[in-house]
Ligand binder design. Structure first.
Ligand SMILES: NC(=O)c1ccc[n+]([C@@H]2O[C@H](COP(=O)([O-])OP(=O)(O)OC[C@H]3O[C@@H](n4cnc5c(N)ncnc54)[C@H](O)[C@@H]3O)[C@@H](O)[C@H]2O)c1
Length: 367
């Protein structure tokens, strides 16, 4: 990775799944100072970084955390001016579709108002920078492929796809994308939008699809699968997403957008069966784990298929996913197997009952 000199990098949502993986990579592979702004919500944890801090004081010296809610304008204004960032990676968002169906309000606040506040404050901050710092400043907005809606049997999303969000979550992310584009076109704020497919890997909040299946299987609970289980998602290992974000940060032009995918489409039932079969191999129980799979009523407005054409980032920025599905998923399942204590801690912190997916606060600790 080539960075000229140490910079102040502001990361929002850095206590979340992707944000903490991004901070880890930046601390390990650059000399930048990392400023993490996150309101420490239900999905937040700083455990992902603790091992780094215990190994090397330099990491702790280059890292600062601020508990700030992006929906509070005056707080965002103060912190941005205090941090004096050279660039921003904006990841903070409410991120779970099921929660957005149960209660859209936090999604409007964090994803739309939070992004608006950060853009507005960044605009006046950017306008006062020297021309050298202006040239290097980037505002990366981390968004999702879900803003493009649902695909049929064929075709892929790319940078030219129309916006067609269907859930309160994807609608709030689409709104934030539009704000980001407007701040580029109207105010020349050097923004870039990244629309990525489903991520998986260590430190993902345990109610999300893959950790939820692993934990339910290990706990002998039924494994709920929506509808007929044939909804398709394109899965990308989180470290590959992080590498893509860093390539975009280093080399992409302001005003551009990039679709990032794993070239790895799976139906939900296919993925659930893969996880169950792998658990049968590494942690056999009395019965096959797949006996626990149960189809439940479909999610309202459930998008049928997502798939990404990553040609642009591959050809322009030379990015390539490094993790095969086999390698990434096995690493992930093994990680959740060993980290049930963390999962339990996170679920205890969450107030969400999650009836929709049969998520509850049963004991996931190893006996
Ligand atoms: N996980 C995926 O599969 C995926 C795929 C594509 C894009 N994305 C996008 O990537 C980003 C990160 O996703 P994630 O999976 O790490 O989510 P996450 O839910 O694990 O983490 C999000 C973090 O943002 C923080 N946050 C939320 N609202 C905030 C606010 N108002 N002020 C300050 N902090 C706030 C939360 O406390 C949390 O720590 C999101 O913008 C999401 O839309 C995620």
């Amino acid at each position: 990775m080539t960075f000229e000199k140490p910079k102040n990098i502001l990361i929002t949502g850095g206590l979340g799944f992707i944000g903490s993986n991004l901070i880890r990579k930046l601390l390990l592979s650059t000399s930048h100072k990392i400023f993490n702004v996150d309101f420490n919500g239900y999905a937040s944890s700083n455990d992902a970084l603790l091992d780094l801090f215990s190994k090397n004081d330099d990491f702790l010296e280059r890292y600062k955390y601020f508990n700030i809610d992006l929906s509070k304008y005056s707080k965002v204004e103060k912190i941005l001016n205090d941090i004096n960032p050279d660039s921003i990676f904006h990841l903070a968002a409410e991120s779970h579709v099921d929660r957005s169906i149960d209660d859209p309000n936090p999604f409007i606040k964090s994803n739309i108002l939070g992004t608006y506040n950060l853009l507005e404050v960044s605009r006046s901050f950017f306008n006062n920078l020297s021309s050298k710092r202006k040239n290097e400043f980037r505002f990366l907005h981390i968004s999702t492929d879900e803003v493009f809606g649902s695909l049929g049997e064929v075709g892929l999303f790319n940078e030219e796809s129309n916006y067609d969000p269907r859930s309160p979550y994807s609608a709030s992310k689409a709104s934030s994308d539009h704000l980001v584009k407007a701040w580029f076109h109207t105010y020349d704020l050097p923004t870039i939008i990244c629309n990525c497919s489903n991520n998986y890997g260590p430190w993902q909040f345990p109610e999300k699809f893959i950790p939820n299946i692993v934990l339910k299987a290990l706990n002998g609970e039924f494994i709920p699968i929506y509808g007929d289980g044939k909804n398709v998602r394109d899965w990308l290992y989180v470290e590959d997403h992080v590498d893509a974000l860093i390539s975009i940060f280093l080399d992409a032009s302001p005003g551009s957008s990039f679709c990032i995918g794993g070239n790895n489409e799976r139906t939900n039932i296919e993925l659930a069966l893969y996880i169950c079969n792998y658990l049968d191999d590494i942690n056999p129980g009395k019965n096959k784990y797949s006996n626990l799979i149960k189809f439940v009523d479909d999610r309202p407005g459930h998008d049928r298929r997502y798939g990404i054409d990553s040609t642009k980032i591959k050809s322009l920025l030379d990015w390539e996913e490094k993790y095969s599905f086999e390698k990434g998923i096995k690493k992930t399942i093994n990680w959740y197997l060993k980290n049930r204590f963390w999962c339990q801690k996170m679920l205890n912190k969450s107030k969400y009952k999650g009836e929709r997916l049969g998520i509850n606060l049963k004991n996931y600790l190893e006996e």
